[in-house]
Write a protein of this length. Sequence first.
Length: 301
Amino acid sequence: MKYFSIILIAAIGFVSCSKDDSPSPTVTPTTSTQSGPNLIFKLYFDSTLARLDNLGNPSTIPTGNSAQSPVFHKMSAHYIEFAPDSLTALGNGEIVYHGAETSIGGSDAVDFSQARTKGQGEVFYTIPLSQVSAGTYKWLRVSLTYQNYDIKFLVPGFGLQTGRLASFVGFNTYITSYVINSENISVNGNKLQGYWGFETNVLGNTYISEGQSLGTTVPNPISNTSPIPSGSCVVTGNFPTPLTISGNETTDITVNINLSTNNSFEWRDINNDGYFEPSDGVNPGDTVVDMGLRGLFPTYQ
């Protein structure tokens, strides 16, 4: 058992996103309490949605790799924008949400203490429709900053295990402390994109590991006409039917942020057995090559 916690740190090269070059906030990030019609955003994680690459094309798992669909518990986003068409540059659309930031850690960062963290089917954000510009919008952009989900991994001699991953995928995050599953981790400082914490319990013993990572897939189907700046974490998806806001609504509009978790946790499978094995105690183990989400498929009602 003594090598168990070490292999999690040494072998799990978790990947994430880099700096979100979104413009300064134009919307105060507070939930509306007014009784009038609202624009409501809800989160959904779906492993049956298409698995896309960076350009928004269908993506298969390369030979020599394996993947699994994580079980998502929570997620946070830092930025939401409507785009009228595929030529709309990032920041030139209708920005409806931009989360709190702070420089208390020395440089500008997402303030995790004020971040909205929600789960499956929960309301992520609400804004009065009176504060949203009238128009017809074909695309939705969302900058995702935090993920919390379970993965399965194999430990020789102990069988298949479940671990909980907390991954900070924003450009920079100021964290006082956070809870992975049951354990509270104190940070009290800034963490650059890709900082993660991992918690698992084997035979009654809890193991915690932390680390920093590299980069990840960020699907953007309109990258040819409206590219996302290098290092950005903004995922882009189109509405099946354009969303029209007239300014004369009398009822709420709910936008579902449907995110693909289809085989989003991918690793180099050394022995091609389909199991994620960070180490067998002797030979180099499997290494993670991608994680996170594989597409944004927004709908509304």
